[in-house]
Ligand binder design. Structure first.
Ligand code: FAD
Length: 496
């Protein structure tokens, strides 16, 4: 029989960190808290103070609260907490910006330690000549871009998920955002090197600062999208992009299908080089934005495209001419062009207030934000069928999407358990529709608690089993963020 603190190996027949984890007792949780308090100054256990570290107003998930929240300031702090979690077998979850939408940072029922990364928000080095920087994992993408702007450095970090998101959370969720058409996602090459505390307390660096490397397979990528289940990222080297003048155009259409088919043509035209973002905002969302009071003007209530065009002034003018011709061909009725920096920012602000405006449009509601993604040519059909489904099943909501990538968000609203069940059905049908079209259940938000049930169907049992094998090998005690990402049932793939 193995002794209590002896770590099981992946081969141990009687122990599986995914299906049969054995976590510490309530007494062990209390012992861990006493030890944390003896080492750290900022250790919170007041239920009211720690509630937001395991719960989000923007998510429909109900998670257990954490038992304790500890603020960290260095990689060494994180190592100490990991060692305490191992000693007492207490689940460990990181909280970064708290903007994720699938219950990613919720607590664990038998007790859990939450690491608050907000004290690790420093930019450590800026290498302007190399277009990269090194920062701590609690640094927020907006603050990084603000600092670069303040210092007059004409570079920026182009991944733009929710306002307030921090680098560690962005890595863990494999995020993207409106800029993905031009700059790709977190799964591209924007994260060059990560410092990671592994579940055994060891600190590794995944790469060096070189902008490319063929030294073996890409360990950095194993942590991107791992949702804090394989290691805790404490520092990251980010690649930066040059700041380019940008303008915004808004075109309005008679229906979503016309809008989305215009996108296909725009992205296949010579204007493609200058397109930074193409966002769809449906008529319901336009109304919600108009009614929100968040913007100083009103848009016609129609399905609309918001398009960011970048380049030199001449290139922008050329590209805008091509885009205008294409949207006209697809029956656009309105055309707005922010031909100055201020004009562009004012138009784009409308895109930024979508989630809050949508929730405010139905008083007392909460939102279930979906994020399926399909091959771009399938998008018009998917959006049309989804709108029709929402209408037929009486689901209230809005649609906003990164349509240039084939990705969109149906923001489905509910005010009661009954409405929640109705929304659940609509979400399930939406995901099934996307999978039928060779798409994914999640283009950018990640799996968390909410999409575990779709992984085997989407990826196949063999691929899911490779993920689980990596988890078992790296985290044999199953301490890091248990309950998230990996499907619940034992889908271990057995080759016949
Ligand atoms: C209004 C709004 C708009 C949004 N728009 C987009 C969008 O356009 N695109 C998009 O991709 N997402 C979007 N999101 C979702 C969200 O912003 C992203 O998922 C984001 O990447 C989460 O980052 P975070 O710092 O808030 O992470 P958190 O919510 O704090 O954590 C997310 C997960 O990462 C883990 N984690 C955090 N830090 C670390 C670390 N240092 N090491 C290991 N694991 C860690 C956590 O444990 C958790 O599992 C939006 C959200 C909102 C509210």
């Amino acid at each position: 029989m193995r002794k209590r603190n002896e770590e099981p190996t992946v081969e141990s027949a009687e122990y599986d960190p995914l299906t049969q984890p054995r976590f510490g007792s309530p007494q062990d949780v209390q012992s861990a808290i006493i030890e944390l308090k003896s080492i750290f100054k900022d250790v919170q256990t007041d239920p009211e103070v720690i509630l937001p570290y395991g719960f989000s107003e923007n998510s429909y998930h109900q998670s257990a609260p954490h038992s304790v929240v500890v603020s960290v300031h260095s990689t060494e702090d994180v190592v100490k907490i990991v060692n305490i979690a191992r000693k007492y077998r207490i689940p460990l979850t990181v909280f970064a910006g708290g903007t994720s939408l699938e219950g990613h940072f919720g607590g664990y029922k038998s007790g859990s330690i939450c690491i608050d990364m907000s004290g690790m928000d420093k930019i450590l080095e800026i290498h302007q000549d190399d277009s990269d920087l090194v920062c701590q994992a609690g640094a927020r993408w907006e603050d990084i871009n603000h600092t670069l702007e303040e210092q007059g450095i004409p570079l920026f970090f182009p991944l733009d998920p929710g306002p307030g998101a921090a680098i560690g959370g962005m890595i863990a969720t494999g995020c993207s955002g409106t800029n993905a058409v031009k700059y790709g996602t977190a799964k591209g090459e924007w994260f060059l090197n990560l410092t990671v505390v592994l579940p055994n307390g060891e600190v590794i660096k995944t790469r060096r600062r070189a902008h490319k490397s063929s030294a073996g397979f890409d360990i950095t990528k194993i942590f991107i999208g791992a949702e804090g289940t394989l290691g805790i990222v404490t520092e990251a080297t980010l690649k930066l992009a040059p700041l380019v003048p940008t303008r915004v155009a808004v075109a309005q259409f008679k229906d979503v299908e016309h809008a989305v088919s215009a996108v296909q043509e725009i992205l296949h035209s010579p204007s493609n080089m200058n397109i930074q973002c193409v966002e769809l905002i449906d008529d319901n969302m336009i109304k919600a934005i108009n009614d929100s009071g968040e913007i100083p003007r009103k848009f016609a209530v129609k399905d609309s495209l918001f398009i960011k065009i970048q380049g030199s002034e001449t290139a922008i003018a050329e590209a805008a001419k091509i885009v205008k011709k294409i949207v006209d061909k697809h029956g656009a009725s309105g055309w707005d062009f922010g031909s100055s920096d201020e004009g562009a920012k004012a138009l784009w602000h409308a895109r930024k207030v979508c989630l809050w405006s949508s929730i405010a449009s139905v008083p007392g509601s909460r939102a279930w934000t979906t994020d399926v993604c399909v091959p771009p040519s399938k998008l018009p059909e998917l959006v049309r069928e989804t709108k029709e489904d929402m209408r037929q099943s009486n689901v209230l909501g809005t649609i906003v999407g990164h349509v240039g990538d084939g990705n969109f968000h149906a923001i489905l609203l509910f005010r009661s358990d009954e409405e929640l069940e109705n929304v659940r059905g609509a979400v399930h049908r939406l995901v099934e529709r996307a999978l039928r079209m060779d798409g994914t259940c999640t283009g950018e938000h990640g799996v968390g608690l909410g999409k575990k049930e779709y992984l085997v169907e989407e990826l196949g049992p063999g691929t899911v089993e490779v993920m689980k094998t990596i988890k078992r090998a790296v985290d044999p005690l199953g301490l890091l963020n248990p309950g998230k990402l990996y499907p619940d049932e034992d889908t271990r793939w057995k080759k016949k």
